[in-house]
Write a protein that binds this ligand. Structure first.
Ligand SMILES: NC(=O)c1ccc[n+]([C@@H]2O[C@H](COP(=O)([O-])OP(=O)(O)OC[C@H]3O[C@@H](n4cnc5c(N)ncnc54)[C@H](OP(=O)(O)O)[C@@H]3O)[C@@H](O)[C@H]2O)c1
Length: 262
């Protein structure tokens, strides 16, 4: 898809990968709608985005609230008359062993990381179908393929989003609507802010990829209509190792992580 004069909605655009994506897309010709829960975070990003794409706007919306999602999509469609790109990026991650994770923490991963994306697609799909055009980008994770300890809720939500995305891709590929899924490795963002244990700190310290690198991959996935993007590409080695030699992979992981699980 050519990005010139497109309207792109980016959820979780107040920080990290979402912020970098909004800036990347606006630099390449998109008008952006910044979606998130906290208005002043979005407003700061909007100032930067508007210097590149003056007609951009922000929308305060909790992606896990179906009614808010519906209203947000309606408002944006009324304003622009088209919505061409949806980047389902909003997400949370709590690093804890399953035994220590509350029901509320577990459910929150599913309602934000998975249901939130589905709610947006539900509302936007009729619009994209009407225009016979659109791109939906879902933010999964390399973690959703490797199933590391301390991330049960996160990996479950991301694996579900990946599976949903592939099925939807197959349904829509002949209708002019492209579905893409992004699997970043550890990225240096605020996602790890609520992490106060050894394992979370270990994961955080391994997460050094700049969010701008992921944003570039998102932009390329949209332009080149690619389904799956693993970033960095070298993580394909881990995914391949895990799928071909799962037993060896688990032993290798546990040798590295055992000391962090207590
Ligand atoms: N960082 C990594 O290593 C990594 C690796 C793989 C995948 N990812 C995925 O990348 C995505 C972006 O994460 P990030 O690393 O950029 O972390 P981040 O800086 O914490 O960004 C997450 C964004 O999601 C928003 N958000 C959270 N809950 C929301 C809700 N209910 N409604 C609307 N917005 C909500 C947050 O904004 P508000 O709190 O202001 O609403 C925040 O701006 C996530 O889906 C994450 O799982 C990250």
């Amino acid at each position: 898809m050519d990005l010139k004069n497109r309207v792109a909605m980016v959820t979780g655009a107040g920080s990290g990968i979402g912020k970098a994506t909004a800036l990347e897309l606006s630099r390449h010709g998109c008008t952006c709608v910044l979606v998130g829960r906290i208005e002043n975070k979005l407003a700061q990003v909007l100032d930067q985005v508007r210097s590149l794409a003056p007609d951009s706007m922000l929308a305060v919306c909790d992606v896990s609230n179906k009614t808010q999602v519906k209203q947000t999509v309606q408002t944006v469609y009324e304003r622009y008359g088209h919505i061409d790109i949806l980047v389902n990026n909003a997400g949370i991650m709590v690093v804890k062993l399953f035994a220590d994770l509350s029901d509320e923490e577990f459910d929150r991963h599913m309602t934000i990381n998975y249901d939130g994306a589905v709610y947006f697609i539900r509302e936007l799909l009729p619009i994209m179908k009407k225009h016979a055009s659109g791109t939906i980008v879902n933010m999964a994770s390399v973690g959703g393929k490797l199933n590391l300890p301390g991330l049960t809720a996160n990996t479950a939500s991301k694996a579900a989003l990946y599976a949903f995305s592939e099925s939807l891709y197959n349904e829509l590929k002949d209708e002019g609507i492209h579905v893409a899924v992004i699997l970043p490795g550890g990225t240096s963002t605020g996602l790890f802010e609520s992490t106060y244990n050894k394992l979370g700190e270990y994961y955080r310290d391994q997460s050094t990829m700049p969010p701008e690198r992921v944003a570039r991959s998102i932009r390329e996935a949209i332009e080149k209509e690619r389904f799956e993007t693993v970033v960095p590409l070298s993580n394909r080695l881990f995914i391949g190792f895990h799928s071909v030699f799962p037993g060896f992979f688990r032993k290798w992981v546990m040798r590295r992580l055992r000391g962090y699980l207590k």
